[in-house]
Every structure is written in structure tokens, then in C-alpha cells.
Design a protein around this ligand. Structure first.
Ligand SMILES: NC(=O)c1ccc[n+]([C@@H]2O[C@H](COP(=O)([O-])OP(=O)(O)OC[C@H]3O[C@@H](n4cnc5c(N)ncnc54)[C@H](OP(=O)(O)O)[C@@H]3O)[C@@H](O)[C@H]2O)c1
Length: 325
């Protein structure tokens, strides 16, 4: 265990638990400490998953035994915690969306750059082998030059949802929560920066985007559409088209054992099931971070992709009259 990456987790919520479970299955990491706003919650978390409880995020960041931190707190806290973690010299895996705006993202990444530490936005789906396969097929021209992509990510939360995602002041709404996956997928398929962004929404009475449809267009003519929702179940798949065929992903975001990638061309279909036996998506993410630590960024989700994603989230919100702080 001695040569494993010692992880600290900030926050004790839903995704912190998923990552802690993933660390158990990881080849490279171990949970060293957990920081919470409440010592009681940190203790309960560590009783279940291991590690040492810390009574605050500052205490966790001051722990010299922690090498890498996973920021698993609400969107509006990511920029400040990334800056604090960078100043503490920690490698950083920060949940999506990285920040509430491109401006905040640039400021936080500037601190990361200055501190010389590792950073990755936690788009875990990009660490799954099916995304490596998608990249390989696109690069090999399996469907010709990509022309169009479509993706969806939505779920149905209660109308009176009691959650930070239902508060526009905290970056709430569909686009920032799950639409950001579709945006990052669109950018991956396009392989270049976007030119124009349009987003149309149905607003919840509290003001955030309950259901939304987006369009990103690119200088080379490629276009990507997406659907996103926090008050509507969607199909939650993704497809990339080219003149010679298409690549379909049934389960692009949280792939498990049944996840299937299909290459459809000239009337034939090839299926790829690439989930490793017993594999855990969050373990794959932790292991991808470990493999990239000396480079300070991970090829699965490099800094430039995070910045382009934030630029798109800003432009999409502005196009629909949603506020960008
Ligand atoms: N990659 C993925 O698969 C995935 C999935 C879900 C969510 N996420 C992202 O992960 C982040 C956390 O989401 P979650 O679903 O885990 O949320 P959650 O269950 O509500 O947990 C968030 C945790 O953050 C801490 N926290 C700090 N300030 C808070 C505040 N003002 N309000 C509420 N909690 C606060 C709390 O821990 P303490 O009280 O212990 O400090 C809380 O348990 C979000 O940015 C979300 O977009 C990613």
C-alpha cells in the first residue's frame, strides 16, 4: 500500500461515496482522509470507507499525508477549493462543472499552473475504455469525417427539489449539472473549438433550466445537438455520424458491464462491450489520474478541454437568457 496515491476527499455526499467505493477497486489509490464541514459526517464516512476524518476542508488540505484531493462538493465551491488545494500543493481531481463561469475557471487554473500541481475535471466517463475506442475509430476514419453528433442526459427530480442544483445562484439547472456531459461529448466528437452556441430552455418556476435543447456549431461545418433535463427522463445515449456511418453509445455517461458501443456502416453493425470484468468507473478515473500525475494533466480530460467546455457553458447560458456569474 505504501506506494499508492494517498487520496483525500472533500465532501461526504453522493459522488464522494461513489469515488470512495471506486478507490477500493483502484490499482493505484487509497483513501487517506476525508474532510467535511462536520466532524460527525467525516467520522461516519470513514467508518464505512476507511481513511482519517478531518473536521474541515482546511484541515484536510493541511494534511501532509494527502497527495491528491477529490473535490466532491457543490458546483459553486469548486473554484475556491481548487485554488486552496493548489496552494496546499495537492494534485486535484475536481467535480464537474469545474466552475460557474469561464472567468472563474481561468482564475482557478492560473493558480494550479502557478502551484505546478496536477489538475483534472472529473469527467469520469472519459476514462472508460469505450471512449478510448470512440477516439480510435474517429481518428482511423471509421465513419469518415464526423458531420453531426447528438447526445442526451436527463433525469426527473421532484418539482420541489431540495438541492443546490435547484438554486440558480449556486449554478443550478440542467445544463450545468448534466448538460455539461453532452457539451464535453460534443467537443470531443468535433475535435476542435466551437463557433456558435444556442440553447433553448423550459424554465422551472425557480428560474433554472428544467429541460433544455442545445446546438453547438463548428467552423468546419460539424454540428452537435443535445438534450438535457433535471425534470424529465431522457434516453441518455450518444451518437456521432459521419458520411460513412455512425458510432452509437448506449450508455456514454455512467457505463457499466452492459455498456455497448456500436459501429454501424454499410449495412453492418459491429458491437463492442469494453467494460472490464469487475471494473469500476471511478477506479478507472483514479487510475487515470495516477498514470498522468507527472504530466500535471490527463489526456482523457486536459485543461484545454475544461476551458473550452466552460466557454461553451457560458455561451449556451447567455444565448438563452440564463445568468452567467
Ligand atoms: N461525476 C459524477 O458521476 C457526478 C455525479 C454526481 C455529482 N457530481 C458532481 O459532484 C458534485 C457534488 O454532487 P453530489 O451529488 O455528490 O452532491 P451531494 O450529495 O449534495 O453532496 C455534496 C457534498 O458537498 C458538501 N458541501 C459543501 N458545501 C455544501 C453546500 N453549500 N451545500 C451542500 N453540500 C455542501 C457536503 O459535504 P459535507 O457536509 O460533508 O461537507 C455534501 O455532502 C457536484 O458538483 C456534481 O455536479 C458528479
Amino acid at each position: 500500500m505504501a506506494d499508492r496515491i494517498a487520496w483525500g476527499i472533500l465532501g461526504t455526499g453522493r459522488i464522494a461515496r461513489a469515488f470512495a467505493r471506486g478507490l477500493r477497486a483502484s490499482q493505484t489509490g487509497v483513501l487517506a482522509a476525508v474532510g467535511s464541514r462536520s466532524m460527525e459526517k467525516a467520522r461516519a464516512f470513514c467508518d464505512e470507507f476507511g481513511g482519517s476524518p478531518r473536521a474541515s476542508y482546511d484541515d484536510l488540505l493541511a494534511d501532509a499525508g494527502v497527495q491528491a484531493v477529490y473535490i466532491a462538493t457543490p458546483h459553486h465551491t469548486h473554484a475556491g477549493l481548487t485554488i486552496a488545494a493548489a496552494r496546499a500543493g495537492k494534485a486535484i481531481l475536481c467535480e464537474k462543472p469545474f466552475t460557474l463561469s469561464l472567468r472563474e475557471a481561468e482564475e482557478a487554473l492560473e493558480e494550479v499552473r502557478r502551484a505546478g500541481v496536477f489538475f483534472m475535471e472529473a469527467f469520469m466517463y472519459r476514462c472508460h475504455p469505450q471512449i478510448a475506442k470512440l477516439r480510435e475509430l474517429l481518428a482511423d476514419g471509421a465513419i469518415g469525417a464526423p458531420t453531426y453528433a447528438h447526445s442526451e442526459f436527463g433525469f426527473d427530480a421532484p418539482d420541489d427539489w431540495d438541492d443546490f442544483r435547484a438554486d440558480p445562484a449556486l449554478g443550478g439547472g440542467a445544463l450545468m449539472d448534466v448538460g455539461t456531459y453532452c457539451v464535453s461529448f460534443s467537443l470531443l466528437a468535433a475535435g476542435t473549438g466551437f463557433e456558435r452556441a444556442e440553447y433553448r430552455v423550459q424554465r422551472h418556476p425557480r428560474g433554472y433550466d428544467a429541460v433544455g435543447a442545445g446546438l453547438l456549431s463548428f467552423p468546419n461545418g460539424f454540428a452537435a445537438t443535445f438534450g438535457t433535463a433535471v425534470h424529465q427522463e431522457l434516453r441518455n445515449g450518444a451518437v456521432v455520424y459521419g458520411r460513412k456511418g455512425r458510432i452509437e453509445l448506449d450508455s456514454p455517461w455512467v457505463p457499466g458491464p452492459g455498456a455497448t458501443l456500436r459501429l454501424v456502416r454499410q449495412g453492418s453493425t459491429e458491437e463492442f462491450r469494453l467494460h472490464p470484468e469487475g471494473g469500476d468507473l471511478y477506479a478507472m478515473e483514479a487510475d487515470a489520474v495516477a498514470a498522468s500525475l507527472p504530466l500535471r494533466e490527463c489526456a482523457a480530460m486536459p485543461w484545454r478541454d475544461t476551458l473550452e467546455n466552460m466557454r461553451a457553458l457560458d455561451a449556451l447560458r447567455r444565448s438563452s437568457g440564463l445568468a452567467v456569474p
